[in-house]
Write a protein that binds this ligand. Sequence first.
Ligand code: PLP
Length: 381
Amino acid sequence: MVERGGRIYLSSPHMSGQEQQYISEAFETNWIAPLGQNVNCFEQELAQFVGSKGAVALSSGTAAIHLALILLNVGRGDVVFCSSLTFVASANPILYQGATPVFIDSTPETWNMSPEALKNALEDYAAKGHKPKAVIVVNLYGQSADYDRIKSICDEFEVPIVEDAAESLGATYGKRMSGTIGKFGVFSFNGNKIITTSGGGMLVSDDTELLAKARFYATQAKDSAKYYQHSHIGFNYRMSNVLAGIGRGQLQVLQDRIFRKREIFNLYNESLATIKGISFMPDVPYGKSTRWLTAMLIDPDNLKVTPCDVVDYLEQYNIESRPVWKPLHLQPLFKDSVYYHYGESDVSQRLFRRGICLPSDTKMSREDQGKVIDKLVQYIT
Ligand SMILES: *Cc1c(COP(=O)(O)O)cnc(C)c1O
């Protein structure tokens, strides 16, 4: 529980109590190893929850993205398109493979990848006789990207989608679950995500053959021989059986967490959206967001504070908040990368300059959230 006078977090681990049972089982059977009953069950339970044919439990979401790129044969000299407005982990695996990232802008309606900018980029590359090996589409802050349009564009150019659903587990896209639209979907169970295993990830797909290959690469790529023989580069990327036990307990309360995240968003929205110059990440018509983090925009034409000012101000009251992701095309790491913006403007840059993520911790009491809102109103207006 967040205690009175204690710190109010952006999003921190929130155990259900049921995790302990699965961890105990692992202890009692001495199954304190990677692999085991919890790993198998967690994979099956998550695949069933999202409606994919299979799932592979891994040590992180980043590992899942990396394996997806390997399975799509991304290598040196290849190009991979990626959303710009995201956490660096979406794109780092492109560099692990020696490939080149090309960044795609967001649309103001969804904050996610702009189908127009994506189409421009694909046409541009096609005109030069090239195409990317994959497009990594990120579902930001709990909300699916516009896949009707993104998928038909990618299908037209025959480029597979890796859906970075690290932030959108439990969100819907039409009748489907977020993370199941691309060739591969990626989830994260890092400590700040909607459910957590302290650290971990999952790769999902309907292609069970490729998922079997993912398991192979994730366990050091050992050939089927009586001795240790290796023909491929492998990784040590599997999730431990203990952590998978935490995941099983967490999955049981995912719907409760989504309900609470949306409640938190609704209270911010009701309390703050009436202030001139304040707006929130829009709700899209094609699916339901989990509102993993409530993201708010501060319009500099109406209000004289920046997101960084607000972060510093709230920090004085032991309240954690943070600016919206700094787009990857603006990162020193990617300073030489190609970027396709949306229309005349750079939407992701504008969202970064104006955007802030507010405390969205499901353990936060209504009283605590009231304090956050009071401080925000005092400071902003
Ligand atoms: C958290 C996150 C990841 C990485 O997941 P890890 O499990 O921390 O490796 C990737 N992409 C996005 C968008 C994320 O928010």
